[in-house]
Design a protein around this ligand. Sequence first.
Ligand SMILES: Cc1ncc(C[n+]2csc(CCOP(=O)(O)OP(=O)(O)O)c2C)c(N)n1
Length: 573
Amino acid sequence: MTKASDLFVQCLEEEGVEYIFGVPGEENLDFLDSLSRSTKIRLILTRHEQGAGFMAATYGRHTGRTGVCLATLGPGATNFVTAAAYAQLGGMPMMMITGQKPIKKSKQGRFQILDVVDMMGPITKYTHQLASADNIPSRVREAIRLAEEEKPGAVHLELPEDIADEQTSSKPLKRSLVRRPLADEKAVRAAVKKIEAARAPVLVLGAGANRKMTSRTLLAFIEKTGIPFITTQLGKGVIDEMHPLFLGCAALSAGDFVHKAIEAADLIINVGHDVIEKPPFFMINGGTEVIHISTKTAEVDPVYFPQIEVTGDIANAMWQIKEDIVPQPTWNFDRLLRARAAELEHSAGLGDDIRFPIFPPCLVKKIREAMPADGIICLDNGVYKIWFARNYPARQPNTVLLDNALATMGAGLPSAMASAMLYPDRKVMAICGDGGFMMNSQEMETAVRLGLNLTVLILRDDAYGMIRWKQANMGFEDFGLTYGNPDFVKYAEAYGARGHRVDSAASLPDLLRSCLETPGVHLIDCPIDYSENDRILNKDIKELSAALDSGGPVGLEFETAEPAPAGAGPMPA
Ligand SMILES: Cc1ncc(C[n+]2csc(CCOP(=O)(O)OP(=O)(O)O)c2C)c(N)n1
């Protein structure tokens, strides 16, 4: 016979779990005791359940295997909610294990008791209370299977104290061998015919394209056909964004150069579309047609109703299409590529502006120069996310971890910590606003305790800058969005990390280099100047890209004899 909590740990070992991130409570003590004897799973104690949840989700995002986190009942479980939603919307396989008071006999009334299983319902793929030790193997297997199946997401198991203490003869189940179904040949053929008949097809790579094998087959397709590509924010890095056929990332909702490129296309090959992201284009009836290539069928809505759907494993679908397709001499991508050329010209000038406090495009450029191709930047949520999504070329998959799904603040530092744990030989940087950093800054202690090599860059504007910008934009008074900050250098030092302060744009590269090369946790306090966000993002870019059609300031003239078909314009802001 085996104790239930021992069996639970054995099941997790069988699944290949390496870490459990968490904050245990009294109701997890049997489980914790069982975990103490595991030679395969390491407990990573955090200072808040949210940090544990974000780290577990990021483990899932990097590996495709379920990241596991642990908390107690009631308040521990409620602290998991944001991380669960982050994993669920962001497509990251993650399992939460929470404790509970005994379910058969309890003398404690309703103290700390919430219906956690019910609470997790809307934000998980599976939530279940273990009511018998015998069922632990099948419940764990089912939870992990579902967490990893397309679209990956969050699952939850509740282990009550009395069940954890039961004895059972059950044994762990082995992982199943699962393959995603392959796309149907006829759908592939239809897609190929449509692409061959187009004049200027374009690829749009979204969140679902960010899978290990997909990058390889997509690259082979792009190299064979010469068809250019754009990415959504969650598709960043699927293909090297320094590739000459990269047309940009859809970071703004509308009016950017990248939207001009989409408008110039007459067919959109939309790979790995996920409705969770803001759409990079919107369809109108009779407008530009769309081929949907994904593991799931298209969720139709007023701006998305593709004409052809190729559903099944994306890597295989792209391989089949690549094998079948014959590049056409009639394809012409000039207008698409010229929009990109104009964009590069515009952003190069901005990146060279070394004013101080630092100018966002210059910051992005300096960080790109400091980070190696496989270096990982993990963004929190704030204004700077738009700048990084637009201007920072991701060279490899999962090297720009940003959250364009739940878009929560507070995940930047924990996601960077999980990245640094998983890839100790790569350079990892958390990039946070002062607001987002302070939401989980207590995890600096965890980072130092774990001995991570990590650079945390805090972009300090002493405000919830993103909201302040929108407030100004909407014509409201500047009210209610500014605050003071701790002395971040001293704050870092109090945790045993190294604190640094940037005092000029020119000194940033050396500071970045020394932080990235010196082991340990570094925190950089970097004042940032957001005063021109509006001029550049809302005015200049839109005016310059709009001028592309008529040959405006950037001197580009699109052939007007054969205008792009209407209907694939950017989503209105
Ligand atoms: C948990 C959470 N709370 C609130 C928001 C809404 N929100 C989005 S950005 C933002 C301000 C971010 O401020 P900061 O981290 O300092 O970055 P900045 O925009 O100043 O660069 C807020 C409040 C959110 N996305 N997530």
